[in-house]
Design a protein around this ligand. Structure first.
Ligand code: AMP
Length: 192
């Protein structure tokens, strides 16, 4: 099994690069943002609760996303590996993920962290808001709140995996192809 975390602030290109990674390596994509948006679309109680946080640019409570990931892992017993996108976003989520993977006799093998400047993030997110249909991409205050949450709660998750020497930084500005080549090179080094 090969388990990878694609890490970075909102707008750093995780979704775009995830699509390429799953196509190339055949691992299962688990995006908590996508899972939450499906819950909202289906108007489940979880989705209705989560929407209140997402509309303000705040993180959804840990137990909600950990529960979603736990059930996604259970529903994919034959996966070759997992690509975690937008998760873990807090240290508590990282610890919970380690425990869940340990129960399945596996672990995180690599975290790829996409580095993008703040001005570029805001530009990309406002651009995406014109077509994505995501309400959290159209309002600059919400975008700024999401980036603030990233600095306050999420960036420390990279330090957590750094302790285990699992983090590789990738420049997240440049062409999509170029960034993907750098990402693939790191995956190939670990996933032999
Ligand atoms: P994303 O699609 O990853 O940008 O996520 C959109 C929104 O969903 C975030 O701004 C959060 O409100 C919520 N969200 C997604 N993943 C998580 C997570 N791992 N922990 C808490 N909230 C999350």
């Amino acid at each position: 099994m090969f388990n990878l975390i694609l890490f970075g602030p909102p707008g750093s290109g995780k979704g775009t690069q995830s699509e390429r990674l799953i196509a190339k390596y055949g691992i299962k994509h688990l995006s908590t943002g996508d899972l939450l948006r499906s819950e909202i679309a289906a108007q489940t109680p979880l989705g209705i609760e989560a929407k209140n946080f997402m509309d303000k640019g705040q993180l959804v409570p840990d137990e909600v996303v950990i529960g979603m990931i736990s059930s996604a892992l259970d529903h994919n017993p034959n996966a070759k590996g997992f690509l975690f996108d937008g998760f873990p976003r807090t240290e508590a989520q990282a610890e919970a993920l380690d425990k869940l993977l340990k129960l399945k006799k596996t672990a995180i093998h690599l975290m790829l962290a996409l580095d993008v400047s703040e001005a570029e993030l805001i530009k990309r997110l406002l651009g995406r808001g014109k077509t994505s249909g995501r309400s959290d991409d159209t309002n600059e205050d919400v975008i700024k709140a999401r980036i603030a949450e990233y600095h306050k709660k999420t960036s420390a998750v990279a330090d957590y995996y750094m302790k285990f020497d699992k983090v590789k930084h990738i420049p997240g500005e440049g062409s999509i192809d170029e960034i993907f080549e750098n990402i693939s090179a790191e995956v190939d080094k670990k996933n032999k």
